[in-house]
Design a protein around this ligand. Structure first.
Ligand code: PHE
Length: 336
């Protein structure tokens, strides 16, 4: 079939290849020439209809045309591949003249910082730091601390009771601990006297948030049991700790209070320059509690205290609303 204009096929093909803006377009152009319905393929098919002499001559012309087109395609492909690689490299390029992005340094949360400061001071006084479970048994949280099931002080501290740990078990058996005090009996049961431990941790209460209360807060429990421990040791220890953590001029005062697990009991306040702020509850460990811990109240005695960490942090940093500690406002947190 001589009616197909081979020169036109080549000219159109070369133009399409040269104009292909990218590799996909080039592939489309190649398909238009050499694909099953391509222009070159059509010319090739038409050869069968020629007599032998004409076919040989036309065949040679077709082969030349193919060769020219393929050379053009290969050249264009090389150019387009190079272009694509440049784009990829440009995207991956690193501008070494840019100033470095220094990682933003965080800092310890003021509560964590205060816990570490307190633990550090107590360590200097010979105390070992422990931690205890936040999900606590009703026995350690209340009963062992001389708060039997019908004691009215239980409801003041009531908290969230958890699903029974054993299916069908009593519903009241596990709760979020209302103070770090359950660690008193846990520790006594695990360690013979003498004992000097502090236990920082998170505690949970039924409380409406205000400037000085939150339903979740932190305490550090202290327990010191030995022979010949008196209320004077308690006072001296707490005064030394207050001075170490809040400054050498810090004044504290002890006020009478009541806790079922200490006798006598007191509340300790610190002077913040304007007013007295309650920091902790404390007292001499009740004989019943020593017995629950397997200790002989005739042979040993001691004191215990539970410091409100948030209260210490408020004094330490001059913060007047403890809700700031849990708001997660970076403007506040970045100040530490
Ligand atoms: N557990 C008491 C509270 O949370 C504090 C306390 C601890 C009092 C140890 C006496 C002894 O208020």
């Amino acid at each position: 079939m001589t009616d197909v204009d081979l020169d036109a096929v080549v000219a159109d093909g070369l133009a399409a290849v040269a104009a292909a803006p990218d590799l996909d377009a080039l592939d489309t152009a190649v398909g238009g020439l050499f694909g099953r319905r391509g222009a070159v393929s059509a010319v090739q098919r038409s050869l069968g209809r020629l007599d032998e002499a004409a076919r040989r001559e036309r065949g040679r012309a077709v082969n030349d045309a193919r060769a020219r087109l393929q050379t053009a395609i290969a050249e264009r492909r090389a150019v387009l591949e190079d272009q694509r690689d440049r784009v990829v490299l440009a995207a991956e390029a690193v501008d070494v003249t840019l100033p470095p992005r220094t990682p933003r340094r965080g800092s310890l949360h003021p509560i964590t910082e205060t816990v570490e400061a307190l633990v550090d001071v107590f360590a200097g006084l010979g105390y070992t730091a422990l931690s205890g479970p936040e999900a606590e048994s009703e026995w350690f949280n209340f009963t062992a601390l001389n708060l039997p099931r019908d004691h009215p002080a239980r409801s003041e501290e009531d908290t969230i009771y958890l699903e029974p740990l054993t299916p069908g078990g009593p519903a009241w058996s596990t709760l979020l601990r209302t103070s770090t005090s359950p660690m008193q009996v846990r520790t006594m049961l695990a360690t013979p006297p003498p004992l000097h431990v502090v236990v920082p941790g998170r505690v949970f209460r039924q409380d409406t948030p205000d400037a000085t209360h939150t339903p979740v807060f932190h305490q550090i429990e202290g327990l010191s049991v030995d022979t010949d421990i008196s209320m004077a040791d308690l006072r001296g220890t707490l005064a030394a700790v207050a001075r170490a953590v809040l400054g050498p001029a810090t004044r504290i005062r002890l006020l009478p209070d009541h806790f079922p697990f200490t006798e006598p009991s007191c509340q300790v306040e610190a002077w913040d320059g304007t007013r007295w702020l309650e920091l902790l509850g404390a007292g001499m460990v009740h004989p019943t509690v020593l017995e629950a811990g397997g200790y002989d109240p005739e042979a040993v005695g001691g004191f215990a205290f539970g410091i409100g960490i948030e209260r210490v942090a408020m004094l330490r940093y001059g913060i007047d609303d403890l809700r700031l500690f849990s708001d997660n406002d970076l403007r506040f947190l970045a100040a530490f």
